[in-house]
Write a protein that binds this ligand. Structure first.
Ligand SMILES: NC(=O)c1ccc[n+]([C@@H]2O[C@H](COP(=O)([O-])OP(=O)(O)OC[C@H]3O[C@@H](n4cnc5c(N)ncnc54)[C@H](OP(=O)(O)O)[C@@H]3O)[C@@H](O)[C@H]2O)c1
Length: 299
C-alpha cells in the first residue's frame, strides 16, 4: 500500500484518482488526523499503516501567507517532513517527498538542473529547501521530487482562479515576466506511480536525491491564462481581455522567481519518464473542469 499525505490537496487527489485506474492500493491521510502541527499523531498513523511506500504531498503551500507565518510553514515543510523521513529511514520504507521550483531564485536564465545551487527568495521556498535537506539527511531510501506551477481540475490553483475570475470580470491583469513549467497534477501522479513501480521492486542508489518533475515546455503566467481561455472558449466561456502586466505591478508579499524553468533530463535518464507537453495537459484539465460543471448542472 502507498500512503499518501495531504488529503484534500491537488496531488493527493490526483494520486487517489490515478490509483483507481490501476491495480495500486493507495491510502490518503490528511487533516485533522494527519497534521504536521501534531507530530506524535502523525507518526502513529505512519506506524499503524505499515505502508510499502510513503508519498508526502502535504505542505504549507500559501506562498504569500508564509511570509506572515514562517513558523507554521517551517513545521509543515521542514520539521514535519524531517520526522516522516526519519521514521521511514528507521522502518526501511522508501519515501517520495514533494518540493518545489521555488527553492530557486529564478536568476539563472536557463532551466535549472538538480545540482544548481538553491537560493530561495521567500519563507515558503526557504522552508521547502530546509525540508529537502532534512529528508535527504535522514538517510534511508528517500527521493525529493520538484514539480512546478501545479494545477488540476480541483483545488486551489491558477487555472481555476482564471476560470472563476473570467465569470466575474471581462478584464484580467496577469503577470507576463515570470516563466515556468506548468504541471498537471494528474501527470505528476502518473509520474509518481511510474517511479513507485521502480522503487517497489528494488531500490537503486540512483533513485536517491533530487529530481525535477514538471510538464514539458515553458510559458508565462500571462500566456498560460490565454491558453486556458482559448480552450475554455470551446466550452462557451466568454473570453476576457488578458492584459499583460509586470511583476512590479502585481502586489504580492513576496517576489516569485522570474524564471523557474526546470530541466527534467535526470528523471528521464533514471526512470525513463517525461511529463507531457503543458498545452495538451492543460486542454485535458480545462475540459475536465467544464465536464464537472456540466455534471453538477445535470444533477
Ligand atoms: N501548487 C503548486 O503550484 C506547487 C508547485 C510546486 C510544488 N508544489 C508542491 O507539491 C506538493 C503538493 O502540492 P499541492 O498543490 O497538491 O498542494 P495543496 O493542493 O495546497 O495541498 C496541500 C495539502 O497539504 C495539507 N496541509 C497543509 N498544512 C498542513 C499541515 N500543517 N499538516 C498536514 N497537512 C497540511 C493541506 O491540508 P488542508 O486541505 O487541510 O488545508 C492540503 O491537503 C507540495 O509539496 C507543494 O509544496 C506545489
Amino acid at each position: 500500500m502507498i500512503l499518501v499525505t495531504g488529503g484534500s490537496g491537488q496531488v493527493a487527489q490526483a494520486l487517489t484518482a490515478g490509483a483507481g485506474a490501476g491495480a495500486r492500493s493507495v491510502r490518503v491521510v490528511g487533516r485533522p488526523k494527519f497534521d504536521f502541527d501534531a507530530p506524535d499523531g502523525m507518526i502513529e498513523i505512519l506506524r499503524e499503516a505499515r505502508p510499502a511506500l510513503v508519498v508526502n504531498t502535504a505542505a504549507y503551500t500559501s506562498v504569500d501567507q508564509a511570509e506572515d507565518e514562517p513558523e507554521a510553514a517551517d513545521r509543515a515543510n521542514h520539521l514535519g517532513p524531517g520526522l516522516i523521513a526519519r521514521f521511514c529511514a528507521d522502518s526501511g520504507i522508501p519515501l517520495i517527498h514533494l518540493s518545489t521550483d521555488y527553492v530557486f531564485d529564478g536568476q539563472k536564465g536557463a532551466p535549472y538542473v538538480e545540482t544548481d545551487l538553491a537560493t530561495p527568495v521567500g519563507a515558503y521556498g526557504a522552508s521547502k529547501l530546509a525540508g529537502e535537506q532534512a529528508v535527504l539527511a535522514a538517510g534511508g531510501h528517500a527521493m525529493v521530487l520538484r514539480p512546478s506551477w501545479v494545477y488540476s481540475a480541483v483545488g486551489k490553483n491558477f487555472v481555476l482562479t482564471m476560470l472563476n475570475a473570467a465569470k466575474k470580470t471581462d478584464t484580467l491583469r496577469v503577470v507576463v515576466d515570470q516563466i515556468g513549467c506548468p504541471t498537471s497534477a494528474d501527470d505528476l501522479a502518473a509520474t509518481i506511480f511510474a517511479i513507485a513501480d521502480h522503487v517497489d521492486t528494488e531500490w537503486d542508489a540512483r533513485y536517491g536525491g533530487v529530481f525535477h518533475a514538471c510538464g514539458t515546455g515553458a510559458t508565462s503566467w500571462h500566456s498560460l491564462a490565454e491558453a486556458v481561455f482559448e480552450r475554455a472558449a470551446i466550452h462557451g466561456l466568454t473570453l476576457p481581455t488578458v492584459i499583460p502586466i509586470a511583476t512590479a505591478d502585481w502586489r504580492a508579499k513576496v517576489t516569485r522567481p522570474p524564471d523557474s524553468r526546470l530541466d527534467t533530463g535526470k528523471l528521464a535518464d533514471v526512470f525513463g519518464v517525461c511529463l507531457p507537453e503543458w498545452r495538451g495537459a492543460l486542454t485535458k484539465v480545462v475540459d475536465a473542469v467544464f465536464a464537472r460543471e456540466a455534471a453538477v448542472r445535470r444533477r
